[in-house]
Design a protein around this ligand. Sequence first.
Ligand SMILES: [Zn+2]
Length: 106
Amino acid sequence: MVAPADNRNPDEPGSGAPPEPVDARLYVPDPKGWTARVKQGWEKLYCFYKQPGQDYFHQLMSGEIYLERGEEVVCLMCALRRRLITTDRLNWQHRDRSRTGGETDA
Ligand SMILES: [Zn+2]
C-alpha cells in the first residue's frame, strides 16, 4: 500500500501561500556525485540507460534536463525509473524511518 503524499512540512511557514497546481519538484535521495544539467545545443548526447523493450540508447534533446555523474548521463525518465530521483519531498524521512525499522509504511 502506498502512503498518500503529505505536502505539509512543519519547516515551512503556513503563511497562506496558494498551493501549487502541480508539484513538479524532483529530489535526489542520494545526491552525492550527481549534478543536474541542461543540455546545451544539438551535439549528440545519449542517455546512459536504455528504455525497457528498446535496444538502443536514446538521444537527449537540446534544453533537456538530465543528471550527470562522471561519465554517467541519465535522462529524468530513466532517473525516475531507476529511482535515482523521486517526487517524494520527504524521501529522507521515509528512508530514515525504514532504516530504523520503527515503521513499515513503504
Ligand atoms: Zn534515459
